[in-house]
Design a protein around this ligand. Structure first.
Ligand code: ASP
Ligand code: MG
Length: 407
């Protein structure tokens, strides 16, 4: 019998009523003939509430203790969902990340999954049970409980799907798929039917919140098909993320598929070559991207010319002060206002001469008259850094120029 993994996000399990609805949807998948493993996030705002609780007790708590606290959120939802499913007459069992065999690095609050040994899950499926797994957590080789970084339940789901050889992983939330832009910013944004792993990964790395970037990386490496679907909608209907060759014919040509921007980023930069020890100092804070425009001896240029810069998502800094200190100690300047990066994702973005997506996008950026840094370009993405306050206007203008005409 085929195995599928379904993941339900925090807003889909935010109340007891919603948990009952999810239980019914899980049993629908089972009635359709699948063995079902369900990964759940913490109810609603629980993770933020727990972080706030910690902050009120200690300004800078040890990250091991934060993990002991944060992983509780998902245990609440897993046990409640299991009870709800049992009341509907099916047999179910809930497991923590550690019981599910999710082995991680020991970077507390930002651990990465190393491997999955899902023996207990397999045995429970074999015994005819629905298995509910607490997302966002695992256990290190030293048997410490770890959490995976914000949004980590997606990674739990895809890593489990890979380990179990599941047919697909369905990521359920209150939106019915991945949109060409955030509909709150661009009202004319539309749902994208299919994305390649690379497009989805670039979108996720660039701030799209539907799917966690590490989850996409697991999917791509293991060839797991991911479907982003609505919890309120039919099974497996939404945006499909898989190999490029799976795309419907109409989607295979060059095109821009989405425009997105990062939520809060701290922008750290400096002149000349990056100081020694900088990367080591910054690595443990989850730097998303770095750029260095100076290097070794270059004809006609001084090796000390140029600049370095890197961006760190503020949401993984609990709190930002130690990071800012480390960045300053390494010689960096921290930009006082939030910046963000706006990214166009697609394929073949550099081709087409004067009418190329790059040429058209660059004209849009110039016409807006905002401060910017960039672009950084490849065939799969075009990216500018701008002050966060200007990002919505730029996203709208780029969507209007590159995506709306082809919708
Ligand atoms: N509850 C965790 C968070 O809010 C993990 C997740 O939802 O994926 O980040
Ligand atoms: Mg999420």
């Amino acid at each position: 019998m085929s195995v599928i993994v379904q993941k339900y996000g925090g807003s889909s399990v935010s109340t007891p009523e919603k948990i009952l609805k999810v239980a019914a949807r899980v049993l629908e998948a089972r009635a359709a003939g699948h063995r079902v493993v369900v990964v759940v996030s913490a109810m609603g705002n629980t993770t933020n509430d727990l972080l706030e609780l910690a902050r009120r007790v200690s300004p800078s708590p040890e990250r091991r203790e934060l993990d002991m606290l944060l992983t509780v959120g998902e245990r609440i939802s897993m046990s409640l969902l299991s009870m709800a499913i049992q009341d509907l007459g099916a047999s179910a069992v809930s497991f923590t990340g550690s019981q599910s065999g999710i082995i991680t690095t020991d970077d507390h609050t930002n651990a990465r999954i190393l491997k999955v040994r899902p023996h207990r899950i397999e045995a429970a499926l074999e015994a005819g049970k629905v298995v509910i797994v607490a997302g966002f957590q695992g256990v290190s080789e030293r048997l410490e409980i770890t959490s995976l970084g914000r949004g980590g339940s997606d990674t739990t789901a895809v890593a489990l799907a890979a380990a179990l050889g599941a047919d697909y992983a369905e990521i359920c939330s209150d939106v019915d798929g991945v949109y060409s832009a955030d509909p709150r910013v661009v009202p004319s944004a539309r749902r994208v039917e299919h994305l390649s792993y690379e497009e989805m990964q670039t979108l996720a790395d660039s701030g799209a919140k539907v799917l966690n970037a590490e989850a996409v990386e697991w999917a791509r490496r293991n060839g797991v098909e991911v479907v982003c679907a609505a919890t309120e909608g039919a099974l497996r209907v939404g945006t499909r993320v898989s190999a490029p060759a799976d795309a419907p014919r109409a989607h295979r040509h060059e095109r821009a598929s989405g425009v997105t921007h990062h939520p809060g980023l701290l922008y750290v930069h400096g002149h000349g070559a990056p100081p020694e020890g900088l990367w080591e100092a910054l690595a443990r804070f989850g730097v998303v991207d770095a750029e260095v425009t100076c290097g070794g001896p270059l004809a006609g240029a001084d090796a000390g010319e140029g600049r370095w810069a890197c961006w760190v998502p503020t949401q993984n800094l609990h709190p930002p002060a130690p990071f800012i200190e480390a960045a300053r100690a390494a010689g960096g300047q921290v930009w006082p206002e939030p910046w963000t990066r706006v990214t166009v994702v697609g394929r073949g973005l550099l081709g087409g001469g004067e009418g190329s997506p790059l040429a058209r996008a660059a004209a849009v950026v110039r016409a807006l008259g905002i401060p910017y840094h960039g672009p950084e370009v490849s065939a799969a993405h075009l990216r500018w850094a701008v002050p966060a306050a200007s990002a919505p206007a730029l996203v709208r203008a780029l969507h209007e120029a590159l995506i709306t005409p082809h919708a």
